[in-house]
Design a protein around this ligand. Structure first.
Ligand code: J2J
Length: 554
């Protein structure tokens, strides 16, 4: 996969353009247009800071200009690892205006993940906060730079906040303070706005790289084009009936595909609405913002739902403006779905999506049973769905099988991963999701399981293989299997079954070891269980189901 070959055939591409799914407009150009259409409306709110559409457009120019001053050019990849703050959006549009490609890292990622993202993408720069969640990202950047700096691709680190004493770290404020070539607003030709005015060149280019939840040793990068990603956001925005009155509260990390484009930040901005950034996902913070800003829509993962329901029951909040709450990323238990609507006085929408593309939503007017007991149906009439048995043959509706999909916004290949791509897709371009679903006659999907070796900790994805490889670097561990087991709060938690030589390490020691190895904290096993040996299946694979069952016995 290169930037140009995004994998769709000429025939499909022509069709998606003809139908109007792909509009031939880059995100840089879209923001310029939004500033014309919605100029004085408030686009973005972060605590006491506000940007109108015109402000946001000007800010994108400033940031683009500052980034270009650092030598960042069209097509360059830039890892953006920012927590929920307006700067994420400013940097993102600055990069778009320049034609550079943001790589969405999660705030919890550490040396191993960020280093991997830099290496695979060949990123020339990283944008990070100074500190977040009691962690110093400048420290992390020092380590990443030592590995990927001179000689490697990484040249520049931009810090939102205090860059510290490290030489060569650029404060974000300095970046945006550089004088524009034309004061106030850049003339279109002063910056290489990608494809802004030329009827489409550039819109088929990769606009951003998302991170896959992963099933292999290291996470894969997902190329999303301007055309496909804008359609993703717009199709979701249409299902959610977004318009200029929409006030979207970003509670989940904004870099997460769900909060960014389903419809999230991008869908709201494309509809002329207002995006409000929540600095943390607690219901107290969120409900205060709902009251102050008149929030109409937000999105949550299932573990947050019970906290939100409990806090709403306190009766101390006026949530009258809130009309729709989306829940997705992991399976929402039906009884939680049934409680959420009445507790918050909202319409619930289940979301079954993936950074790779396909998004399923329950519709706002679906009957309660569909809303509470299904994970929605595809947002696009051109999403193609197959539910197949282990031989790849389609199964009848109502029967469980693996979900395969292709369509106008689902990837055709991971970035620079030719070998993996050979098995991740069928020969005719369907993405093998690894999810096991049942399709109802209405087209709604019910997620009943998965065949991929990934654990879903309430929306946080953990690739078992990645953690197992790291567990084996512990001196006492000679074999390891990471297994997901049912958990009241998160749906699933991770248990590491380890075979040891000598004394077995406890969960805390294992966590410290994995942290030392540079692995994100959420990937540390919730529990460590010593076993004499790992049971095998008939074909010689580790029998994870048997391991999980051992925990159920008294
Ligand atoms: C069960 N499993 C689900 C659901 C995702 C919107 C919403 C979620 C994601 C996301 C996203 C699920 N019930 N409601 O990107 O835009 C599991 C499936 C899926 C995987 C994708 C979005 N919603 N899942 O979670 O790329 O296993 O995206 O294949 O992180 O999460 O994970 P991810």
């Amino acid at each position: 996969m290169t930037e140009k070959q995004n994998g769709w055939s000429e025939v499909e591409s022509a069709r998606y353009r003809a139908i109007g799914h792909w509009q031939g407009v880059t995100f840089g150009a879209r923001l310029r247009q939004a500033s014309t259409d919605h100029g004085d409306r408030v686009a973005l709110v972060d605590r006491d800071r506000r940007w109108t559409y015109t402000d946001l457009d000007t800010e994108a120019d400033r940031v683009a200009h500052g980034l270009r001053g650092l030598g960042i050019e069209r097509g360059d990849r830039v890892v953006v690892q920012l927590p929920n703050c307006a700067e994420f959006v400013l940097v993102w549009f600055g990069l778009q205006r320049l034609g550079a490609v943001p790589v969405h890292a999660m705030p919890g990622h550490r040396r191993r993940e960020v280093g991997h993202l830099v290496r695979v993408s060949g990123a020339v720069a990283c944008v990070v906060p100074d500190r977040h969640a009691r962690f110093d990202h400048r420290e992390l950047m020092r380590e990443v730079r030592a590995e990927h700096g001179p000689g490697g691709s990484l040249r520049t680190v931009v810090v939102v906040g205090d860059p510290g004493s490290e030489s060569g770290f650029v404060p974000f404020e300095a970046l945006r303070a550089a004088p524009l070539p034309v004061p106030g607003r850049t003339a279109p030709d002063a910056l290489p706005a990608p494809g802004a005015d030329d009827g489409g060149a550039g819109s088929a280019d990769v606009a951003l790289l998302l991170l896959s939840g992963g099933t292999t040793g290291l996470p894969k990068l997902i190329p999303r084009t301007h055309d496909d990603y804008a359609y993703n956001a717009r199709a979701c925005a249409e299902v959610c009936a977004l318009d200029e009155r929409t006030v979207y509260l970003a509670v989940l990390p904004v870099g997460f595909n769900f909060a960014f484009a389903c419809p999230g930040v991008l869908g709201t901005l494309m509809a002329g609405g207002t995006v409000v950034i929540a600095p943390d996902p607690s219901p107290q913070t969120a409900f205060a913002l709902v009251e102050w800003e008149g929030v109409t829509l937000t999105s949550l993962t299932p573990p947050l739902v019970t906290h939100w329901v409990d806090e709403a029951a306190s009766g101390s909040w006026d949530l009258g403006s809130l009309s729709v709450v989306q829940v997705g990323g992991a399976r929402l238990p039906e009884e939680h779905a049934r409680k959420l609507g009445p507790a918050l006085g909202v319409t619930v929408q289940q979301v079954f999506g993936m950074a790779e593309g396909l998004i399923n939503l329950t519709r706002l007017d679906d009957p309660e049973d569909l809303v509470c007991a299904t994970q929605g149906r595809p947002v696009s009439p051109d999403d193609e769905i197959l539910v197949v048995d282990t031989d790849g043959r389609p199964v009848p509706d109502g029967t469980a099988g693996e979900l395969l999909t292709r369509g106008p916004y689902t990837l055709r290949g991971y970035y620079r991963a030719d070998e993996h791509n050979r098995t991740a897709f069928t020969p005719d371009g369907y993405y093998r999701t690894g999810d096991v679903v049942r399709r109802l006659p209405t087209g709604h999907l019910v997620v009943v399981g998965r065949i991929k070796d990934q654990i879903n900790r309430g929306g946080e994805k953990v690739a078992a293989v990645e953690v197992e490889e790291q567990l084996l670097t512990h001196p006492a561990i000679t074999a390891a299997a990471l297994v997901g087991v049912p958990d009241e709060r998160r749906g699933e938690r991770t248990v590491a079954f380890v075979v040891c030589d000598g004394e077995a390490p406890g969960a805390r020691e294992v966590a410290a070891h994995l942290r030392e190895r540079g692995l994100a904290g959420y990937k540390s096993p919730d529990e460590v269980v010593r076993v004499a040996g790992l049971p095998l299946t008939a074909v010689g694979k580790v029998d994870k189901a048997a391991l999980a069952r051992t925990l159920l016995r008294p």
